[in-house]
Design a binder for this molecule. Sequence first.
Ligand SMILES: [Zn+2]
Length: 202
Amino acid sequence: MRFIDSHAHLADPAFDDDRDAVVSRAREVGAAAVVSIGESIAAADRAALIASSYHGFVFHTAGVHPHDAGQFDAARDIDAIRRHREFGAVAVGECGLDYHYDHSPREVQREVFAHLPRVTAYSIVQPGRMAAELERVRQQGYAQTSEEMSLGACSVAVPVFGPDARVVAAVGIVVPSLKRDKNRLVAALQVAARGIGRTVSG
Ligand SMILES: [Zn+2]
C-alpha cells in the first residue's frame, strides 16, 4: 500500500535524535511522502529545513495553531506564512478553531483564523463557515474538502478509532472530483480505517 502521511510533527525537537530513522521507516512501510507540520512560524522554519534535506519526500506547512492564537501577530505571522507558501509550503496549517481544549479564548481564535491567507477562492477562512463545517463533519462522520488548497483537488477523510473508541488518526483520499464517487470512497475508507484501527489496537 502506498500512502502519504499528511500530518507529522517531524520538526519537533523530540525527533532530533532519530529523525533519519523515522523517515527511513516511513519509506519502508510505503509512504510516498510525509507532510511535516509547521504549527508555528518557528516550527515552519524548522519544517522547511527538514523538507529540504529530504527533498521530494518530506514537504512542509506553515501556520499558527489555534492553541497559540493568543500570541498571533498578523503583520509578522501572515507575511511569514505567505513567504513559506512561496517557497514550497504545501498547505496552511496548523490552523483552524480548537474548541475542545480552548487553550486560547474562542474569540481570539476566530480573529486569527479570519486573518489567514486564502489560497484559492474556496479556502475557508470565515470562522462561522469553519464552525459549521466542523459540525457537519461531526454529524456525518467524515470530512470533505473541495478545492480549498488546490484547484482540481478534492478529498474525503474518515476517523480511525483505536482502543476505547477514541479517534487516533484519520485516513483520507485526494481525487480530482467527488461528484459521483463520494459515497463509494467514504465506504472504502471506512473499511480501511477499521482495518487500521484493529492493527493499532492489537
Ligand atoms: Zn498537528
